[in-house]
Design a protein around this ligand. Structure first.
Ligand SMILES: [Zn+2]
Ligand SMILES: [Zn+2]
Length: 700
């Protein structure tokens, strides 16, 4: 929509003004911002905008990002040239991995490919030579040596490679630019190599808290360090900044204070281009997409604008008489994250789930009231429809909260399943009526409906208990233990997964899975059944796999035992050999990341403590323990409940690595992985993994 103020007389003074945008590249990926007229009027010039020569052109990318496998397609090369691909954990890999960037043939092919791209897409000005959207960097001797020379930075081999491509391109096409990412594992800059003048680095604060100005949030200090270091070594730094929740496009995302502070901060740091990644699904409908696009366009042109005034201006034009309650909702939402004393100071990340503290009832109750007021105040149907569309955010959060499963009378189900089904269907109808096609990045609405129909139903619960522990098992959910309760305190030491997680309730807890390899992206799919004959003190579960594997799992809780014993025997019941490794995984809930510890009994019998939180770093981490670092059959997590410790023991000979992964981003959880030795199981062969879990009270 456009709003044109009416004036009976228009007086024009002589005009002699020159405006220079703060950033040479200005883009957001919100679907709403692609419209040609909108983009031109709002002075955006990015690749996804439908701009052409008639509107002054744009900064055209080709391809946009994550291009490693476009450059060296695994289908074409992996079979004959596995050495082109990353060596990860002792194996060349073409899935969930990168390229070997020190292989001279890979460089030669990359140069050829980029020169072809330039010929085929001469309209583009910038060509992306960038890492895939995963980890899996190359660990071959050459790549490691380059990393070491570059101060241990993974960006070292990447930038040397990209520079080498850019140098060749410059000989034939001096006006063309080459783009790459400083992203995820490559965010920290290299020690020596410097981007060539025709190289653009897009630095991505993927792990930053988006609720607060980066200079004002302790969780973002690490990123400011990267930003300063990159801006010291290049005068052409671009930023890839995130302005939506990619796991939940509709989730309220109060980041306007952050944007108003950080876009000027980028400018002062010497940044010359910004991409603001939002909900790019066809049909749009991301949280606040219209307001956001309007405000962001102004900030990218001139970071010194008064954002508050722009918000008011937009609301008045867009919501008319409903603007007052809509602005009040916007303010209530932002107060959830504003630092005290102006607000409650909650943090927020781009994959935060709907169970986040800033989305609790102290937001939902006033929000519902204000949306009701706004609908009543709306002067016409068009305005009322806009208010209703904005309200989807609150409807979504409430729906996700209502999905929470509970154990009741031997059943695991949401509190009011029939009502929930009706609400879900009516919500999906609303979503469709606004033309929305995705609620989560890359997932069509039909997938939400399929998963809901398949997973949201009652499940039978089997229970083991003694005077110390109660364990609730849902055989149909992967044979998963969903609760492990300390009987004395009544506290469940397992992390309660968020109902907004895509596969909920088939997530978290304590379970066993079979993989082809330690780094396989997914386990083999299995269906689990409870063996009806067995009863307390043990439960027996049978897992069947499509590839012929069969698992027998026993969970045993003796009368006076403080430990739940688990034993899984995997057998190859098929006719051909299968690569297999068993993983027992337990996701513990932590009370407080700052006080919880992961302690490991080392092989020399000493105890070491894994640090979970480091000042100024992202509040999350992971660690692999193997070889001489493998725990001596025991490790434990403290503070999984009031003065409670979770102990995990295993016979050393069966285990070849342990993995820990933890996060304090909105939820506090720590996942312990016990991995068996890896085998190629011939038909009839078996593989066993035993591991025990117990709760002890801290003696104080
Ligand atoms: Zn390599
Ligand atoms: Zn923060």
């Amino acid at each position: 929509m456009s709003v044109t103020p009416k004036k009976s007389t228009l007086t024009l003074e002589p005009l002699d003004e020159i405006h220079k945008p703060a950033f040479e590249y200005r883009e957001t990926s919100f679907w709403e911002a692609r419209d040609k007229d909108w983009a031109a009027r709002n002075k955006m010039n990015g690749s996804s905008m439908n701009l052409d020569e008639s509107t002054g052109g744009k900064v055209g990318y080709y391809p946009f990002v994550h291009t490693s496998y476009l450059i060296i397609p695994p289908d074409k090369y992996f079979k004959d040239h596995p050495e082109y691909y990353a060596l990860v954990d002792g194996k060349r890999r073409s899935e969930n991995a990168q390229l070997c960037l020190t292989n001279p043939d890979v460089l030669r092919l990359a140069i050829e490919t980029v020169l072809e791209w330039i010929e085929q897409h001469p309209e583009a000005g910038i060509y992306s030579v960038s890492q895939n959207d995963c980890e899996g960097w190359c660990e071959c001797d050459n790549c490691r040596r380059v990393e070491q020379e570059e101060g241990g930075a993974h960006s070292g081999p990447i930038l040397r490679f990209v520079n080498a491509v850019a140098a060749e391109v410059a000989k034939q096409h001096p006006e063309k630019l080459i783009d790459t990412l400083a992203y995820w594992y490559s965010e920290a800059p290299p020690l020596h190599v410097r981007p060539l003048p025709n190289v653009r680095i897009r630095l991505c604060p993927i792990g930053a808290c988006e609720a607060h100005a980066y200079t004002n949030c302790k969780d973002d200090t690490y990123f400011l360090g990267h930003l300063r270091a990159w801006s010291k070594i290049t005068k052409q730094l671009y930023i890839w900044h995130y302005v939506t929740n990619f796991a939940h496009y509709l989730l309220p995302f109060p980041d306007f204070d952050e944007l108003a502070a950080d876009i000027p901060m980028y400018r002062e740091s010497g940044v010359v281009g910004i991409f603001l990644e939002g909900d790019y699904a066809g049909g749009g409908g991301g949280e606040n997409a219209e307001l956001r696009s309007y405000v962001m366009a102004r900030l990218l042109w001139n970071p010194r604008v008064d954002v508050d005034k722009i918000i008011d201006e937009f609301m008045a034009a867009y919501y008319g008489q409903a603007a007052r309650p809509m602005r009040a909702y916007f303010d209530v939402l932002h107060r959830q994250v504003r630092p005290a004393p102006r607000g409650k100071g909650h943090h927020m990340w781009i994959y935060t789930n709907p169970g986040a503290p800033y989305l609790s009832d102290d937001l939902l109750a006033p929000a519902l009231k204000l949306f009701h007021e706004a609908e009543s105040a709306a002067a016409d149907d068009a305005t009322r429809t806009r208010v209703r569309k904005a309200r989807l955010s609150i409807d979504y959060v409430r729906l996700m909260h209502a999905k929470a499963f509970e154990v009741r009378d031997g059943s695991y189900a949401p509190a009011n399943l029939d009502r929930l089904k009706e609400r879900f269907q009516s919500f999906m109808n609303d979503v469709r009526s606004f033309g929305i096609t995705e609620l989560h990045e890359g997932a069509p609405l039909t997938l939400d409906e399929e998963i809901f129909a398949k997973l949201i139903r009652p499940y039978r619960v089997a229970t083991l208990e003694n005077m110390y522990v109660r364990v609730d098992v849902v055989p149909e959910l992967g044979g998963r233990i969903i609760r492990m309760i300390d009987r004395r305190s009544g506290h469940d030491v397992l992390h309660r997964p968020d109902p907004g997680e895509p596969a909920y309730p088939d997530v978290g807890g304590l379970d066993v899975a079979v993989y082809s390899d330690y780094l396989a992206p997914r386990p083999y799919h299995a269906t689990w059944e409870l063996e009806p004959q067995a009863g307390p003190p043990e439960l027996r579960l049978i897992g069947s796999f499509a590839n012929g594997l069969k698992a027998n799992r026993v969970l045993r809780l003796g009368k006076d035992a403080r430990y739940l014993q688990t034993e899984t025997i995997l057998e190859n019941g098929g006719t051909s050999a299968v690569d297999a490794v068993l993983q027992s995984r337990c996701v513990a809930g932590l009370r407080d990341m700052k006080t919880s510890t992961l302690s490991i009994r080392r092989q020399d019998r000493s105890i070491v403590f894994q640090k979970l939180i480091e000042a100024g770093q992202e509040p999350k981490g992971s660690q692999v323990y193997e070889g001489s670092e493998l725990p001596e059959g025991e490790w434990r997590v403290s503070d999984v409940g009031p003065a409670l410790t979770l102990n995990n023991r295993f016979p050393k000979g069966q285990v070849s690595r342990c993995t820990a992964r933890w996060t304090g981003k909105t939820e506090n959880s720590l996942s312990l992985g016990i991995w068996s030795t890896k085998h190629t199981l011939a038909p009839g062969e078996t593989l066993k993994l035993e591991t025990d879990y117990g709760i002890t009270a801290r003696i104080s």
